[in-house]
Each structure stands twice: as structure tokens, then as C-alpha cells.
Ligand binder design. Structure first.
Ligand SMILES: Cc1cc2nc3c(=O)[nH]c(=O)nc-3n(C[C@H](O)[C@H](O)[C@H](O)COP(=O)(O)OP(=O)(O)OC[C@H]3O[C@@H](n4cnc5c(N)ncnc54)[C@H](O)[C@@H]3O)c2cc1C
Length: 400
């Protein structure tokens, strides 16, 4: 694969760098650098989303007809790499990367016109209501019921692990509209407003101390049928299509930046006055192994990107990228714990505060190593656990 940039691509890279230099305030950069989760609080992600939206760069992979910038695959890769290098905050994925592309494939013209522009601008904040207390990996067993009542459905049941439901004004969810027959054939995909009476959100605080996920309860919640995506009982196809976008990669640029930071810090004298970690052969070997894994992910992401254009779905390659990307992320977290050494405390409020990355809070604190390590344990579970991704690859890629 020829990765050399053409003169036009170099000019584009310069344009992106110039924009990022100007648009990223120190607060936004610090928020990006100190984030302990891939899901960033809207306090930081939304100001950045608004700036990207004003520039027309908020949804690099969306087709131009829906508000994407119309970039080539290489331009998208350059943009992602430059954002990671500059420490830009991440954007909420549930709208832009998940239900947005899904609506382009399955939404009605009215749904596209109503929701896509508000997704780009950040006016709408989405959450994903797939999992239930008894239905995670075996998602098709979900039980939240939607009973038909004229032009509405009446919803009863509960969703769990709903990321950022506390911020969301909209949810896309899966409901059961038929209880007999094959479980997959009784599921409907529904869009709803989070302020409808009967919805209660209860926080779940994770081991890392974050309020990121929730349980959401539905008691006689009346949802208009106009929010249905696809036909009744055909939601399983829509749901699987969306999951390919959720799992669809794009992690290599960020992983490379994090690994580079670790390498630099390991070359410094130990934060606790110990020697240089980079001089330890076993540590160097682990660092190199992580680097090789990330290069392989980068090549695969570029290959998959080259096969996609105009909002196409990534197919089963998304399972491979999700598995490899999250495993590399967890490898980096383990290396970061070693680099941070005695400063890998579980909670570092000073280090988490944007703008506080000056002595006595030094660079090694900014690894927020333990908080990241704990939060990212979830990465091999959410979006479908890596064991399930391996099952999908065995079936759909290897044909076993
Ligand atoms: C931080 C976080 C955020 C999340 N955000 C959301 C969200 O916003 N919206 C949403 O709908 N869901 C969300 N989820 C839920 C997530 O999709 C589920 O946790 C995941 O699908 C696993 O389901 P489960 O937790 O019920 O585990 P289970 O399905 O009970 O699995 C338990 C273990 O058994 C393994 N296992 C299960 N079946 C098999 C099999 N057939 N073969 C091999 N191994 C198997 C699994 O890999 C796992 O290790 C989130 C989860 C987390 C942790």
C-alpha cells in the first residue's frame, strides 16, 4: 500500500493543522488529552462539535448530500490522524457514527430531514437502547414490549448500560412487537424523545468512578409510530446494520499518539525518582509488540476505509477492527500503569482538571493511568463483547 501523500494531500494536511491550531483552545486540548473514556462529557465534546460543524467538518464519513465534507478516504485518514495528534476531544458517537448512517440506509425522507441536521449541529444528543438486564450478547432475546395503540406504541420494560442517557434528548432503541416465533423476527427499531412521561433514568457508577452508564425504565411510555425505522418486526436487520458502524474502527491514530507519549515518558527519569523504564528490555519488548499491533490495525483501517465510500457499511471487518482496536487500547493501558508507577493512583482529581497539567501535577499524572485502565476494561465488552466478535468473524469472514 502506497502511503506517501500527494502534494494535494499535503496541502490538505496543512489546512487541517492550521484549523486545529486555531480552533482548539487550551481547555479543549486538555480535555482531549486527559479524557479517561472514549465517551466524553458533552461539556467538552459539544463546544468542539459546534466548531467543527461551523467549518463543515463534523461528519467526515457522511456523504456530501447529507452534510459531509465530501472528502476522499485519504483525507479522512489525514483528518483523524491530525485530530489525534492535536489532542482534540472525541465527539459523541451515538448520533454521528451510529444512528446517523443507519438512518441514511433505512430512514424515511422525513426522518432524515428531521434528525440528520440536528445530529450534525449537536442540537440532538442520542443514546442507544439496545441492551437489557437479561439481554446483552444474546440481544435477540430482548423483552421490552411495545404494544400497538392507534398511531402509537406503548412501551414497558427497561434498558441497561445506556451510555450518557443522562445527557440525551433522544434514544434509538429496540423493542419487542411480537412474542411468538423466532426472537429476531419480533423486534422493531424505534426513535423516541427522552422527555416523554414514564421514562426514568437511574445512574450506574462504574468501578472507575464515572457516571457514564445508566438503567432506563419505561412505564407506559407512549411513542408515535412515526419514530419507527424500517417495518414493524424488521428491526433486527436495522439493528445489525447500525452495529457495523458502531464497531467500525478508526482507532489507530489515537492509539499511535498515546503510544508515542508513553515512549517519551518512559525515556525520562522515573516519576518516583527511579531509573528510565525504556532501559528495561522486557518493557521495551512489550512496547514494541504494542507498536506492531497498532501498525497492523492502521493498515487494516486504511484498507477498510479504501473499500468504503459514501456512507457504506463496513461489514464484518468492523468486528475485526473492534477486537484488535480494543485489545491494543488495553495493552497501552497496562504499559501506562507501569510508566505512571506510583502515580497511577485510582483517582487524580487534580490531573483530571483541564488546565491543571502543570507542577505539582506533571506529565506523568496526565496519563490518568488507573482511571483509564479501569474505564477501558469495558471496551472489550461494549458494542458487543470481543468473544461475540470472534464468533462473527468465524462465521462471516472465515466461513466456519
Ligand atoms: C461501559 C459500557 C457501556 C455500554 N453502553 C451501552 C449502550 O449505550 N447501549 C446499549 O444498548 N448497551 C450498552 N452496553 C452494553 C453492552 O453492549 C453489553 O454489556 C454487551 O453486549 C455484553 O452483554 P452483557 O453485559 O449482558 O454480558 P453477557 O452477554 O452476559 O456476557 C457475559 C460474558 O459471557 C461471554 N459470552 C456471552 N455469550 C457468549 C457466546 N455465545 N460465546 C462466547 N462468549 C460469550 C461474553 O463475552 C462475556 O464475557 C454497554 C456496556 C458497557 C460495559
Amino acid at each position: 500500500m502506497d502511503l506517501a501523500l500527494t502534494p494535494e494531500e499535503r496541502a490538505f494536511q496543512d489546512e487541517v493543522r492550521a484549523f486545529l491550531d486555531e480552533a482548539l483552545t487550551p481547555e479543549l486540548r486538555a480535555a482531549g488529552r486527559l479524557a479517561t473514556s472514549v465517551f466524553m462529557d458533552p461539556e467538552y465534546s459539544l463546544p468542539w462539535q459546534r466548531k467543527l460543524h461551523a467549518k463543515g467538518w463534523v461528519a467526515p464519513s457522511w456523504p456530501a448530500e447529507y452534510g459531509g465534507p465530501g472528502w476522499s478516504e485519504m483525507q479522512r485518514a489525514i483528518f483523524a490522524a491530525e485530530c489525534a495528534r492535536a489532542g482534540a476531544p472525541s465527539l459523541p458517537p451515538q448520533g454521528l457514527r451510529m444512528v446517523g448512517p443507519c438512518l441514511m440506509g433505512y430512514g424515511t425522507p422525513e426522518q432524515k430531514a428531521r434528525y440528520l441536521p440536528r445530529m450534525l449541529s449537536g442540537e440532538d444528543f442520542w443514546c442507544q437502547g439496545y441492551s437489557e438486564p437479561g439481554s446483552g450478547s444474546d440481544l435477540a432475546s430482548l423483552q421490552m414490549r411495545a404494544d400497538s395503540d392507534g398511531d402509537d406504541y406503548i412501551l414497558n420494560g427497561s434498558k441497561i448500560w445506556t451510555t450518557h442517557a443522562q445527557f440525551a434528548n433522544r434514544m434509538f432503541c429496540l423493542v419487542r412487537t411480537r412474542f411468538d416465533g423466532k426472537p429476531q423476527a419480533g423486534i422493531t427499531f424505534l426513535l423516541l424523545d427522552m422527555d416523554i412521561p414514564g421514562i426514568t433514568i437511574k445512574p450506574i457508577i462504574t468501578l472507575a468512578g464515572d457516571h457514564e452508564v445508566n438503567q432506563v425504565f419505561f412505564d407506559d411510555v407512549r411513542v408515535p409510530k412515526s419514530g419507527r425505522v424500517g417495518a414493524e418486526n424488521q428491526g433486527w436487520t436495522v439493528a445489525k446494520y447500525l452495529l457495523e458502524f458502531e464497531r467500525g474502527g478508526g482507532s489507530a491514530p489515537g492509539l499511535k499518539v498515546q503510544l508515542g507519549r508513553l515512549r517519551d515518558m518512559a525515556a525520562d527519569e522515573g516519576a518516583d525518582g527511579g531509573g528510565r523504564l525504556i532501559d528495561d528490555a522486557a518493557f521495551r519488548a512489550r512496547l514494541s509488540a504494542a507498536e506492531i499491533a497498532i501498525e497492523a490495525i492502521e493498515m487494516t483501517e486504511l484498507r477498510v476505509l479504501a473499500e468504503l465510500s459514501g456512507g457504506k457499511n463496513p461489514g464484518p471487518a468492523s468486528s475485526m477492527l473492534k477486537t484488535a482496536g480494543t485489545e491494543a487500547m488495553q495493552r497501552i493501558d497496562e504499559l501506562a500503569l507501569d510508566v505512571a508507577a506510583t502515580y497511577a493512583a485510582v483517582d487524580q482529581p487534580m490531573a483530571r482538571r483541564p488546565g491543571a497539567n502543570t507542577p505539582p501535577v506533571g506529565p506523568v499524572h496526565s496519563l490518568v493511568a488507573a482511571a483509564r485502565y479501569l474505564n477501558n476494561r469495558a471496551a472489550s465488552i461494549y458494542g458487543g463483547s470481543n468473544e461475540i466478535q470472534r464468533d462473527i468473524m468465524a462465521k462471516l469472514v472465515l466461513g466456519l
